[in-house]
Design a protein around this ligand. Sequence first.
Ligand SMILES: [Zn+2]
Length: 362
Amino acid sequence: MLILASCNGGEEFKIPVYAWTGGPGNATNSEIKAQFQDLKEKGIDGLMYTSGWDIEAYKRVGKIAKDVGLEFHTWIPTLTQNYNPDMKPEWYAVNGIGESAYDKPAYSDHYHFVCPNRPEVQKYLEDMYVKVADISEVDGIHLDFIRFPDVILAKGLWKKYNLVMDREFPQFDYCYCDKCVSDFKAKTGIEIKSVANPSQVQEWKQFRYDLITNLVNKLSVTIHAKNKKISAAVFPGPNSIARVIVRQEWDKWTLDAVYPMLYNDFYLEGTKWIGDLCKEGVTSLNNSIPHFSGLFICPDPAGKASDPDPENHGLSHEELESAIKESMENGAAGICLFTPERMTKADWKVLKKAIHTSYAMR
Ligand SMILES: [Zn+2]
């Protein structure tokens, strides 16, 4: 410590660390403060914190986060919206066989995706995010589910859903609502519903990449006008995965940072893959904004070997150091943990050592 302190003027080298978390549930202010102080001491610099659209919760929790010296970003899903009286059934996205995500969501009950092309949806989201950005303790808005439903699922999930997704299937392909279909016709002359295999129409793909890009960039203007930051949790890539499976062309988004979810187990990959995807992301962005490596921590290390569901896999403490090393050597600006609550004593020990290591860029 003495040597380090004398080497760089008392400031010990440290990799920036963020964490996805949420609450507050029934936690009291002093309980939240103790939790945040603990995270700060363990090396966390900022929170991506979710409490739905609960403005009062963000005010209360944000104040505590700022008091203990943490950055405070609100982590709020964008294009998945649960029912509330403001959400109209016709705002929801429609798949290639005419089913609405309002009452027939793909894959899972929380997949109530809305259509990014609807001005009413854009206005709703803009108004809601502005209310959050207006909270003085909020440093930034962190978008999630800023994408279409997975037209192809990550390979590790095929078994779980009993699917072989070697191509795009219409029931997972969005959005074929009246507005998207007619806007695309007006733009290109193509009647997409009469095309036998829409997955072969490049303009139709690009039209949907652009819908997401345009929404992000619109929100970005609004949030920046409030002098707040805007960032997003995105799929890995952008080109090899995010664009192909969820139609995110995130290298074209005007954000302050991206947090790709480099959840290797979902793709049946090891930690080297995390490094490869960092390299791809950083290169695509041309280093214009920081690229934080999102790491999926194993929720149940003891049960991992016997559990077939990759959503219960994730990094063990033996893999965590390699995941951080791969990230930093391939250009990541830091890491983001999903989630700090999953971290074991052994994980924190590994993290502490790794975040004070100066990895050389490859
Ligand atoms: Zn639509």
